[in-house]
Design a protein around this ligand. Structure first.
Ligand SMILES: Cc1cc2nc3c(=O)[nH]c(=O)nc-3n(C[C@H](O)[C@H](O)[C@H](O)COP(=O)(O)OP(=O)(O)OC[C@H]3O[C@@H](n4cnc5c(N)ncnc54)[C@H](O)[C@@H]3O)c2cc1C
Length: 388
């Protein structure tokens, strides 16, 4: 099936040019220095409308689908996955489907313009794959709520304009149904700082530079009832809506960085010579590149089909899991092979290959690990295990 209309091809081409001209030089300079994505680039993304790709036009977005979102994501990730991730801090991050009409009118136009970007704080020290195990509490206090607890792995907690925090609002925890009684709150904050009442420190990660990922402690942080996103106690169900496009988006990130690694390897094999010939003249190298290109295209076509299904409104948690699993495993293999083609040069920060290789690994871990995707897929095939 040919998914690419003329309009989509144009969107892809424009995003590609933007990525090569505006993102790649910044990534090549700042990623090795572990510096944050500059505000100037953030503004350029906003000017392109990339924070509002999937936000309906009535709220100031581009009104496009998950397909176009992933097309643009892939192109940005070709240069720097962190920038492809930054656009997710607008599109959909806030859980737009769960918002009231008043919240949509108040927030979405600002989100679409990049004036209101999110960080998501779901994970905790004891709640990673088992996210329903969270213990961060929100307790009612008159018309407000007070949030207290530890959070872990909150990317962009400092740079965002608000943090979407997953809390436990029902103190009764049923060990067999821990997913019940969870609620999202939007915690507003000044850009560049942590929210009032929150302390934190950056986690010393090995990639995904361009922003920091934080360990946070919320100490009686006050939010109003109007800052509740979605229904009280029902956050786990809203996460399903949020995670399906998020997994398609992660697949697109993996495909993009694998494509970046392939393109860099294709250029390198023409310039690097050994034994009196360019290394691209060795059949072993040519076959490696052929296999890499084939794997990338297979992952891309699977993701196109999943995005199409998402845009048609079909249920596709299994398919999104397949796409995320296949693309991230592929990206790890392809970037590793690309680094091998660079030989010793690949094991330096003089080339971008090491960035693609490091970041590819992360695509297998966040938004649900590869093992969790396999669990989702196998549950669809066999039904849930009776031991769960
Ligand atoms: C750089 C980075 C940025 C992140 N950013 C954010 C963010 O912004 N917001 C946020 O909320 N979270 C974020 N995360 C957290 C991320 O979502 C979690 O790391 C991920 O869900 C895995 O949880 P965990 O690290 O606790 O691993 P664990 O859940 O402890 O898993 C450890 C291992 O056990 C396996 N495993 C666990 N359960 C099962 C099972 N049932 N069956 C088979 N295998 C299993 C896993 O697959 C994995 O291999 C980030 C993580 C990283 C590394």
């Amino acid at each position: 099936m040919n998914y690419m209309t003329e309009e989509r091809q144009m969107i892809k081409d424009v995003a590609h040019q933007f990525s090569i001209n505006e993102v790649l030089p910044v990534a090549n300079k700042l990623d090795p220095e572990k510096e944050d994505i500059p505000d100037e680039l953030r503004q350029k993304l906003a000017d392109m409308g990339y924070f509002g790709i999937t936000i309906p036009e009535q709220y100031g977005g581009l009104g496009l689908g998950c397909f176009e979102y992933c097309l643009i994501t892939e192109e940005l990730s070709r240069s720097w996955m962190s920038v492809a991730s930054l656009i997710a801090r607008g599109n959909g991050m806030i859980g737009a489907k769960s918002m009231t009409e008043a919240q949509k009118e108040a927030f979405l136009p600002k989100v679409a313009k990049g004036e209101l970007l999110a960080a998501a704080s779901l994970s905790e020290p004891n709640a990673g794959s088992d996210v329903a195990n969270i213990s961060c509490r929100a307790v009612r206090d008159g018309d407000d709520w007070l949030i207290t607890g530890n959070k872990y792995w909150c990317t962009f907690a400092d740079g965002a304009d608000y943090i979407l925090v997953l809390t436990r609002t029902d103190p009764e925890v049923n060990p067999k149904a821990k997913h019940k009684g969870l609620t999202f709150f939007k915690v507003d904050k000044p850009r560049g700082e942590l929210p009032k009442g929150v302390q934190g420190s950056p986690i010393p990660k090995i990639g995904y530079f361009g922003w920091k990922t934080w360990e946070l402690y919320f100490d009686n942080v006050r939010v109003s009832n109007n800052d509740m996103i979605g229904d009280e106690g029902k956050a786990f169900y809203a996460m399903g809506d949020f995670l399906v496009p998020a997994r398609a988006h992660t697949a697109a990130r993996a495909i993009g960085l694998a494509q970046g690694a392939l393109e860099d390897a294709l250029a390198y094999v023409k310039e690097r010579a050994q034994f009196g010939r360019p290394i691209g003249e060795f059949q072993v190298t040519r076959f490696k590149l052929a296999k890499m290109a084939t794997e990338i295209e297979a992952a891309r076509q699977l993701n196109y089909s999943v995005c199409t299904k998402i845009d048609e409104g079909g249920r596709c948690d299994k398919e999104a899991g397949m796409s995320k699993y296949f693309a991230s495993e592929m990206a790890e293999r392809v970037t590793s092979e690309a680094l091998q083609i660079f030989g010793g040069a690949g094991f330096t920060q003089l080339y971008a290959i090491e960035r693609y290789w490091r970041d590819a690994k992360l695509t297998k871990i966040f938004e649900g690990t590869s093992e969790i995707q396999l669990r989702i897929i196998s549950d669809h095939l066999l039904g849930k295990s009776k031991f769960d």
